[in-house]
Structures are given as C-alpha cells and as structure tokens.
Ligand binder design. Sequence first.
Ligand SMILES: [Zn+2]
Length: 265
Amino acid sequence: MLNQIEGIVIRARPYGENNKIVTLFTRDAGKITCMARGAKKPSSRLAAVTQPFTHGSFSVFKGKGMGTLQGGDQLESLRHIREDIMKTAYASYIVELIDRLTEQDEPQPSVYDMLYQALHAIEEGYDPEAISLFVEWKMLPHAGLTPTLHECANCGATEGEFAFSFQELGFLCHRCFHIDRYIIRLSPSLVKLVRTLYFVPIDRVGSVKLKKESKSLLKGIVRTIYEEQAGIRLKSRSFLEQLDRTPEFLPKKEEVQDPQEDELS
Ligand SMILES: [Zn+2]
C-alpha cells in the first residue's frame, strides 16, 4: 500500500553502502521508520528530502515490516536551522527528545504540531534555547510525569508565593514549603514563565526574550526531572553543553544583550 503522508524527518542514519533508515514524524500516523534506498548517494532524488528537519510530503510503501520511502517533495527546507550550529544543536535536541518519548505508529497530532511550531520558531529566529525549554516542559507527560503547576501540589491553593518541589513534582505554596526541605524558591515572574512553557502553545507566543539565568534555572529543573524521575538523558545534550562551555568555537555574531527582565507575551 502506498501512502502519501506529510511529516518531518527527525532522524536519518546511514544503512549499508547507499541507503538510509529514516524516521519521520507525521501528523496522521505518528512516528514511522522507513528505508530510503540509495538516499546516501548525493545524486539520489531522495538525498535532499531525507535531511534532518525536512518538512515534506512523503510517499511511503507499507508492506510487511519496515516501510520503504519511494519519494518525497520538500514543502520547506528550514535551511536557517541547518546553516547555524546553535540552531542545529537545539533542533537536534528537540527531535531526539520527541523520538525518545514517542512510540512507533501511534498518531499524536499534538506532538506533531508542537514539533512543527518549535522548528518554525527556531527557523524564524526565536531563541532556540527558549524554544527547547517549551518542548522540554511540554513533553513531560509523555515521560509519564505530570507536574502540578496550576496550583499548590499539596493544598491546592492558587494564591501565594510558590516554590518548585521535585518531591511533589510541582509547585508548593508558601504555606506548604515545610513539607519539602529541598524546594527551589521562584519569583512570581518565574512561576508565570514555567506555566507559560508548560501550558501555552508555542505558536501563541509573540515574543520570547528570557534572561540567561532564568533559562539556566528552568532548564536545570526540567532536566533534573527527566534524569531523576524518568532516567532520561539525551546524547545531544552533551553536545549542547560542550557548545555552552566553548563559545570560542562558534562563529562570531553580534553580541546579543541579555534582557533586563524576562519577556514572554
Ligand atoms: Zn499549599
């Protein structure tokens, strides 16, 4: 059976002399893996459409076992992502996280929409570090972790000061701070920021300018949750951390000023 299906290439690994095994994340069929014969040869018509992050319309022949990629039309190239090492690194991190937390052949249109929005936001020049934070917070339920962020995880209060508790997997209000010795106190603006990252779709956000220290803190929290509570640590994370430590290897860019306040609207 031949299917024409819209999707995004989230992984392509070489197979044998000339082939690639390609993982597509599609809106209608979820994650599918197929063989792209000859795609490693630059002259192949499949070479371009099997590049990571390609958004395309693919013809997949599905018989028994792994499907075969017969052809594909690129809908968008998202070339700005591929031309910038930082953007590539964050986009790779995002697709690896989604790959890790989803099953084959299980339609998950909301995950597809988020992936699509995240890659577009990075392509359009939004801060890739902030965009990856959205994806990390939003994917928690797919790792079986549903943090309580709309109210206090202990008493249900919605008013007051809040802190993050790993023990309760969510916010605690100031009346309940005493039940966890290791809470992380958060300013009201950080509380709001965490809620936006978790609840608000990426394409509803108009402006994303976050302070470096806010990003570091919220990244630290969400990655600790994945690591401690789901045992998940991604390969592409090491590369990102290496880039963070060695900015001198990055192409020189205009200095971007760290904003005075977090701005998310
Ligand atoms: Zn409480």
